[in-house]
Design a protein around this ligand. Structure first.
Ligand code: SF4
Length: 78
């Protein structure tokens, strides 16, 4: 089922992340580890294809710390 993910951002809570890197294994084009071994997400939500979004959703489910959130920042309708 198609899903409009435009305006959606992927956010990693640095306070929760423990650097397990499961998210990076699932979606390496989206997640990366910082020097402090805390995952960060590339700031290009909404520009990925459906396969990448599926990988992001798998990472959300797989994260043992539930540190990954999908935030809809769409301002449609202002
Ligand atoms: S899977 Fe979760 S805890 Fe592990 S690096 Fe990714 S965001 Fe951090």
């Amino acid at each position: 089922m198609p899903e409009d993910m435009s305006g959606t951002r992927v956010v990693v809570d640095a306070d929760l992340c423990e650097g397990h890197a499961l998210c990076i294994q699932l979606a390496p084009e989206v997640f990366d580890l910082s020097d402090e071994e805390i995952a960060g997400a590339a700031p290009m939500g909404g520009q990925w294809d459906q396969g990448t979004w599926d990988a992001v959703k798998s990472a959300v489910d797989a994260c043992p710390r539930q540190a990954i959130s999908l935030l809809n920042t769409s301002t449609k309708g202002q």
